[in-house]
Design a protein around this ligand. Structure first.
Ligand code: BGC
Length: 750
């Protein structure tokens, strides 16, 4: 990578000087972000689909991205071209015809299952490289809302249900993106927990819970990386819209956390001019409704001080001026596919295995692969994360325009071909789920692999956690005739697996991307020993999650809720705002607090070998605790264990039974043991004091336990800690205190 791909250093005095030379109109130009879809036939089509008026189409110069701010060349200000990156460089409406499509990587949730922030970093770098190849310089990523609801339609874009894991993994993605010379926007701030009625929902969250969960994700991310931007969410949080809430945008994000970048609105999320401007919202997208003439008028009338407009511009320019020159280097497709395969291999999570896996070639027999399109493709997610796959979608008709909110994207990667190549001595055949001879063929085969799927899309939630399209029935029928049945899941998030005790093995593939078939074949045959660990709990039954399903949206009398996902902006069928309340622990902490036994707990994931975790020791330093354990490969093949440490706080803290505080991924040969240390900075075991508005370590006994999942923690130790105030993130930043990466070894132990 050339040096030019790295963001430049820009002195604050340079930023000030540029701002001082801008006219009012130029300042408004910077904060009034528009759609980036290009003008023309395709542009007209997509705007009719989306529902945006054609007049709102961008000026010439847009490269075909979700957002666009034209350059101000007289001031040396580059254009901003902003595009999504949930599973790769997005292209929602085929708006860049002729660019050949982009690489589809595994979903963010999938990569999070690696628990390796170096892999989200590799993802960020790879997507940013593809962005630069087509002139896009801001990624609308990473998306890091906490997976508070297992049925949320966007979980595949997020980074799981644990604040520390999620914040750490999304920080890796942002670091990778910005290292490659592309700015990143952390989103959707905050508490965008569900899609149903997202323009009207008020997420009502107990303050301390909010601090310990969703805000902790953002705070952790901002501790570990420096995103250029943060995107404010559609929803309300505790009574007011995220885009006009001074508490969230100004007091917490900018002051308490010291965020120096800019806050952009989600697309069409703004509701006001003056309240939003005064609350800390710095840039509107994409229709110029509030930050165009109205903002200019509000500044002229003194309702918004010009100093505040200058602050918006300064925040944008502090980062925009750092962009490297726009040299379009073509994507190294082979390298991108290699990254996609690495990420897919490391994301695959083995949920159960009675010993049937791996299937080595020497065992030679017959394998029946069952699955919709499993001879050609793997599934991916929709909405604004839609990627037009390079090499074409092998399932959809190329002549039918893509509607990202309706079309199911299939990615060219053939599990059938990959299995045939990986198992040359086997006879491998494919059947669609509705084949007439399915049960006969399944009974006759030595092994059956069935690929199940669940499509997910922004704008809608899953009405049920069951697999769609009668796939539970399919698996049950196959299990009745074939005990050697391996179920492979391609899902956005957790699903119910009512037949899990009747099948030989279950593998979660997430949305695996362009090399999904190849990665699956590598894991099935044992060329890759699975090492993924669940970033979300898989419930045992529909009634285990805190909220049984999406909220009921009050529908305007005489109107009906559209059967399909409504176009952006059209929520005329919603009658009034409504609330969704959160006052109980979220994610795995809900299961622990209620003593519920899920199907597969947070942090669970098997390997083809086994591991032991022994000898836990705790040490204290000024910065926090160091947890040291011995991890041993007790099986017969090399493998990777992700050892996890959880803290139980003193009873007076009033916290759920366990909190993830650190982890480490370790590659071990059979019989090999390694002493491994994990750092736990004080802030990760702190509690939020609502009255004092600060974090502190609660005095009393803290138990730290370690093991291979949140429910298998064979070793522990107790340390009695005194009360200790924890500096705010802004204070920590000012003190330049270095926060150790929770996944790396404490340097004191080297
Ligand atoms: C989504 C954002 C996305 C934006 C632009 C919105 O609908 O919520 O995540 O970045 O569209 O595509």
């Amino acid at each position: 990578m050339s040096q030019d791909h790295v963001l430049r250093e820009v002195a604050e005095s340079t930023v000030d000087a540029v701002v001082s030379r801008l006219s009012l109109a130029e300042k408004i130009h910077l904060v009034d972000g528009r759609s980036g879809f290009p003008v023309g036939e395709d542009g007209r089509m997509l705007h009719e689909v989306v529902g945006h008026p054609v007049e709102s189409l961008p000026q010439p110069g847009a490269v075909g991205a979700d957002g666009y701010v034209p350059a101000l060349p007289g001031h040396g200000i580059p254009a901003l071209h902003l595009c999504g990156a949930g599973v790769g460089l997005t292209d929602m409406y085929n708006q860049r015809p002729g660019d050949g499509g982009a690489t589809v990587f595994p979903s963010a949730l999938g990569v999070t299952a690696s628990w390796d922030p170096e892999l989200t970093r590799a993802f960020g770098r790879a997507v940013a490289a593809e962005a630069r190849a087509v002139g896009i310089n801001v990624m609308l990523a990473g998306a890091c809302n906490l997976a508070a609801e297992p049925w949320c339609g966007r979980l595949f874009e997020y980074h799981g249900e644990d604040p520390l894991l999620s914040g750490t993994m999304v920080a890796g993605e942002i670091r990778g993106t910005q290292e490659a010379g592309v700015l990143a926007s952390l989103k959707h701030y905050a508490a965008n927990f569900c899609e149903t009625g997202r323009f009207f929902i008020d997420t009502v969250v107990d303050e301390r819970l909010l601090r310990h969960t969703e805000l902790r994700v953002f705070e952790t991310a901002l501790e570990l990386c420096d995103p250029a931007a943060v995107m404010a969410a559609y929803n309300k949080v505790n009574g007011s819209y995220a885009c006009e809430q001074a508490e969230l945008l100004d007091r917490i994000l900018k002051q308490e956390w010291g965020f120096d970048g800019w806050v952009m609105s989600d697309w069409g999320a703004m509701r006001s001019t003056v309240p939003a401007a005064l609350a800390g919202l710095d840039q509107e997208f994409p229709l110029g409704q509030y930050y165009s003439d109205d903002l200019a008028a509000a500044v002229a009338a003194g309702e918004v001080p010009e100093a505040r407009l200058d602050d918006m511009c300064r925040r944008i320019l502090r980062w925009a001026l750092r962009l490297p020159s726009e040299d379009r280097v073509p994507t190294d497709v082979a390298a991108a596919l290699a990254t996609a395969e690495l990420l897919a291999r490391r994301s695959i999570t083995l949920l159960s295995n009675d010993g049937i896996l791996p299937l080595p070639d020497e065992r030679a027999g017959s394998l029946l692969l069952v699955g919709l399109h499993a001879d050609r493709a793997v599934i991916s997610g929709g909405g604004s994360a839609t990627v037009r796959p390079r090499f074409g979608d092998p399932v959809n008709d190329p002549d039918v325009p893509v509607n990202p909110f309706r079309t199911v994207t299939w990615v060219p990667s053939s599990p059938l071909d990959a299995l045939r190549e990986a198992l040359p001595s086997w006879r491998v055949e494919h059947r669609d789920p509705d084949a007439d001879d399915l049960e006969d063929r399944a009974a006759a085969a030595d092994v059956v692999v069935v690929m199940a799927y669940q499509h997910s899309c922004e704008g809608s939630d899953h009405a049920s956690l069951s697999l769609p399209d009668d796939q539970d029935d399919l698996v049950t029928r196959l299990a009745a005739v074939q005990p050697r049945l391996v179920v492979v899941l391609q899902t956005g998030g957790p699903v119910l697996l009512p037949w899990r005790d009747r099948v030989a093995a279950i593998l979660e593939l997430w949305y695996p991307g362009h090399r999904g078939g190849e990665a699956l074949a590598a894991v099935l045959t044992g060329a890759e020993n699975p090492s993924g660990k669940l970033p979300v709990t898989f419930p045992a039954s529909a009634d285990q999650p805190q909220h049984p399903g999406p909220p009921t949206v009050p529908v305007r009398p005489g109107r009906e809720r559209p059967a399909q996902v409504p176009p952006h902006g059209d929520h005329s069928w919603v009658d009034q705002p409504f609330e969704m309340t959160y006052d109980q622990p979220l994610g795995h902490q809900w299961y622990d607090a209620r003593d519920l036994q899920p199907a597969y707990c947070f942090g669970h994931g098997l390997s083809y070998t086994t591991f032991g975790v022994t000898g836990l020791e705790l040490r204290q330093s000024d910065r926090g605790l160091t947890v040291t354990v011995t991890v041993t490969n007790t099986g017969s093949v090399p493998g990777r264990e992700v050892v996890q440490a959880y803290a139980t706080l003193p009873p007076s803290a009033g916290e759920p039974p366990r909190r993830l505080v650190a982890w480490a991924g370790i590659d071990l040969l059979p019989g090999e043991s390694r002493r491994t240390s994990m750092s736990v900075p004080w802030q990760d075991i702190a509690v939020w004091d609502v009255a004092a508005q600060r974090w502190h370590v609660e005095p009393g006994p803290h138990t730290i336990a370690a093991g291979s999942s949140s429910r298998e923690l064979p070793v522990s130790a107790v340390v009695d800690l005194p009360h200790r105030p924890v500096a705010s993130l802004a204070e920590r930043r000012r003190a330049r205190s270095h926060r150790p990466d929770p996944t790396t070894t404490d340097p004191d132990d080297e």
